[in-house]
Design a protein around this ligand. Structure first.
Ligand code: COA
Length: 290
């Protein structure tokens, strides 16, 4: 077969960025990623998590690639902002890859959490603004990724949630902290403990997303908003982000460390084994509180 056993879709097929928006000067990054599409166009890095067949779930390679992409955004003088989205029309990121959750010991679970959490923290601390263009499911690690970005805009079909409790674990990439900060303690605790999914309209109502757009306009709107920010003084933009982050950074680091420790600890419970197995076996979990 000419292109190997499974034909890979081209970046244009998988990317949500409309063809009409492709620039005349299309700068392709010299660095390529196996699980991300990364393009720079006129100062914006467009990062697309590209595992549509798994609803863009974050496996170890995606986390590795995301970390490298965040480093690339930071280092590239020609990049002033980034937009993160998911490939396909169904999902932004449907969470951490549950397949990688099985049989983790405390050390491995802690490492898993610390790695993702550290990368999401780098996004949050970036002085180049990140916009999450949430184009479908933003669940678990997907919701956490969106919340680590400075601004979230969503398509009308987007869905948000932190369903980790259904797997027997709490969020491990900053979800408990950032959700409470964005939507308030009561709403955060309800979302975290119910594991409920909310639609884009509700996410907008409670302050989880800034704007909601029809799906076919999401990428253009993300770019428009990003370019509005980029028209402003870069040092002033960076300072605003720094100052907003500073208000919470001390508590944030302690809270993240504690969240990672608890995430790793609960991985050792029978309920976590049951929850992840049940998902993979496509059946309802039978939790015992152990
Ligand atoms: N980890 C691993 N695989 C995942 C995944 C995840 N977080 N989310 C989706 N997938 C996979 C499914 O297993 C399925 O793979 P398969 O085709 O090989 O069986 C594929 O992506 C498509 O998902 P599917 O469940 O068939 O789509 P759906 O439209 O019926 O349901 C969701 C969509 C998002 C409701 C459902 O996939 C889901 O609940 N995902 C898990 C969400 C979650 O708990 N995230 C937090 C993890 S910490």
């Amino acid at each position: 077969m000419k292109n190997g056993p499974a034909r890979m879709k081209s970046p244009q097929e998988l990317s949500n960025f409309p063809k009409a928006a492709l620039p005349t000067r299309h700068l392709r990054s010299p660095m390529t990623y196996s699980t991300l599409l990364y393009d720079v166009r006129d100062g914006i890095a467009f990062i697309t998590v590209n595992r549509p067949e798994k609803l863009n779930a974050l496996n170890a390679q995606v986390i590795l690639d995301l970390g490298a992409a965040v480093d690339q955004v930071r280092a590239a003088a020609d990049v002033r902002a980034a937009i993160i989205t998911g490939a396909g029309s169904k999902s932004f990121v449907a969470g951490a890859d549950i397949g990688g959750f099985q049989n983790l010991d405390v050390t491995e679970a802690r490492r898993l959490s610390a790695r993702g959490s550290g990368i999401f923290r780098s996004i949050e601390r970036s002085t180049k603004p990140y916009v999450a263009a949430v184009n479908g499911f933003a669940l678990g690690g997907g919701c956490e990724l969106a919340m680590a970005c400075h601004i979230r805009i969503a398509s009308e079909n987007a869905k948000f949630g932190q369903p980790e409790v259904k797997l027997g674990i709490p969020p491990g990439y900053g979800g408990t902290i950032r959700l409470a900060r964005l939507v308030g303690k009561g709403r955060a605790i309800e979302l975290l403990t119910s594991g409920a999914m909310i639609d884009a309209r509700e996410a907008h109502r409670i302050g989880l997303v800034n704007h909601v757009h029809p799906a076919d306009q999401l990428q253009a709107e993300a770019e428009k908003l990003t370019r509005t920010i980029m028209a402003n003084a870069p040092l002033a933009v960076a300072t605003c982000i720094d100052l907003v982050n500073l208000q919470e950074s001390l508590q944030m680091d302690d809270a993240l460390a504690l969240e990672s420790a608890m995430f790793a600890m609960l991985f050792q419970t029978a309920d976590a084994t049951e929850g992840t197995s049940a998902f993979l076996e496509k059946r309802a979990p039978n939790f015992k509180g152990q």
